[in-house]
Design a protein around this ligand. Sequence first.
Ligand SMILES: [Zn+2]
Length: 235
Amino acid sequence: MIPAARIAEVADGLEAHLCHVFGAEVVTKEDSALHRTIADGFDVAHMGRDKAAELASLISFDVPALGLPTGAQYLSDFGTTIASTVALPRAWRAPDRAATRLVVLPHEAGHVDHHRRGVDAGWWPNAVGHSVLYLCSVATDDAAEYLGHVEGDQYGTSESVSRWLGAKPRPIADVVDSLRRHYALRPAGAVVAEATLRSHYATIDDGGVPNVRSARVALAWLEANAPDLRGAVLS
Ligand SMILES: [Zn+2]
């Protein structure tokens, strides 16, 4: 049994490493004026399903299969990345939520990587970012395919970290279903997400690490700095 304080120490170390490698910043969601405004939007959106789906698709956030959140749930239950800033709920700083940070941080750091690569390539301005693609994913197949691919990569990253920590496989169908619901993903995006995940799961099942930068950086750091956690945190 690994003490919670040790898992928290490892989560802090991994967070610092990911911020350094990917140029990310991590903030507390409840302290962010932007995220409090989005939370208010979710409360308003609850009045109408179409508006809610539109809002959910506007931003990148990674959620379990629960349906759309209320504003309070959005702030306290979900990590969200906009441009280079990863926002995490305050409660995830508690030692007993350190395992959640270990699984979610590599996923979100990968989105910062997507954002910065797009800025460097001139695909979108720094101020707007990768997040605008999430809005387009309800409207165009091109954007939905992009989103399906990057989320497939990032859920593959989370899966590889959680399996390293000892978790059983999460069914691919669960992930694809969640993506379709929360990002209002068009069918083309769901097809790409599923195919991407199948490829990453095959690599993981074979004892490898998915060919996704965030997965490789996170697992290399964990192997070097926290071998005591391997297979010993999740079940
Ligand atoms: Zn994501």
